[in-house]
Structure formats: C-alpha cells, structure tokens
Write a protein that binds this ligand. Structure first.
Ligand SMILES: Cc1cc2nc3c(=O)[nH]c(=O)nc-3n(C[C@H](O)[C@H](O)[C@H](O)COP(=O)(O)O)c2cc1C
Length: 131
C-alpha cells in the first residue's frame, strides 16, 4: 500500500470551498479505497492519502492538476503495510477557537501515524498559531 504526504498553497486570488473538496474527496476516495487526512490553515493544505498503489497514483494525479491549489510538494512517499489513517475516506480536523479541543482531535486522527508524518502535521499547526 502506498502512502503519500504533500503540502500545497492556495492561490491568493482563489476562494476555495473546503466543503466542496471534502465532498469530492469522500465520494471518490470511498470508491477507490483511498483514505487519509486533510488539514488546511486557510493558506496551505497538508494532506496524506493512502491506499492501493494505482488508486493513490490516479487520485494524486487529479489532485495535482487541480487549480484550487499550487506549488504541490511531496514531503513523503512510502510503502506501508497497514493503513495509518484508519478508514476515513478523508478526515479533517475542524478549526475551532479551542486549541486544546483541536489538539485532542488531531492527536486522535494521528494516533496511527509515523512520527515523521505526525510531526509534519503538528508543525504546520504550530506555525499557523505562531503566525
Ligand atoms: C487540497 C485538495 C485536496 C483534494 N483531495 C482529494 C482527494 O483526496 N480525493 C479526490 O478524489 N479529490 C481530491 N481533490 C479534488 C481533486 O483535485 C478533483 O477536483 C476531484 O477529484 C475531481 O473529482 P470529480 O470529477 O469526481 O468531481 C482535492 C483537491 C484539493 C484542492
């Protein structure tokens, strides 16, 4: 099984509806056997997708070509024996003013992830808060 982690940026002039992205993701990923996690701070996206090699290839090719984001950079691309992100077709930690509640939710979503992937998500959240 392949697991891919990338980061990207929202183009300044485009208003992105995250609900639309999640809706498309859940529908397609559910059918393709792809699962994962998507975090956005409103400016950047950090997403992990995992599943059968071909399904991840096809899904990522579509995602990469999407004009709703740019500068897509792969941070990690590896083979995993079991899914590390459970069976959510695409999970998303909801933004909230309550940082502790958000952190607890994110921890739960990352509980099966490798240290490096977990650190990358936490790092982006921390950078956002520090900004
Ligand atoms: C940040 C971001 C993450 C996305 N994640 C997924 C995804 O996990 N799965 C997916 O099928 N499409 C995802 N998309 C949408 C695809 O780029 C594409 O628009 C969609 O798959 C087209 O599907 P449709 O023709 O069924 O509407 C994402 C788009 C963006 C901008």
């Amino acid at each position: 099984m392949r697991q891919l982690l990338y980061v990207s940026s929202r183009p300044m002039r485009i208003a992105v509806n995250i609900g639309d992205i999640l809706h498309q993701s859940r529908r397609n990923n559910g059918a393709a056997g792809v699962t994962g996690l998507l975090y956005t701070d409103g400016t950047r996206f950090l997403q992990v997708i995992e599943g059968p090699e071909d399904a991840v290839d096809e899904t990522f090719a579509r995602i990469k070509a999407d004009p709703r984001h740019r500068a897509v950079v792969i941070l990690s691309d590896r083979t995993v024996t079991t899914r590390e992100f459970g069976d959510w077709s695409m999970a998303r930690p909801q933004d909230t003013d309550d940082e502790d509640a958000f952190d607890a939710r994110l921890d739960r979503l990352l509980s099966g992830a490798s240290d490096s992937v977990r650190g990358t998500f936490r790092g982006l959240v921390a950078a956002r808060r520090a900004a």
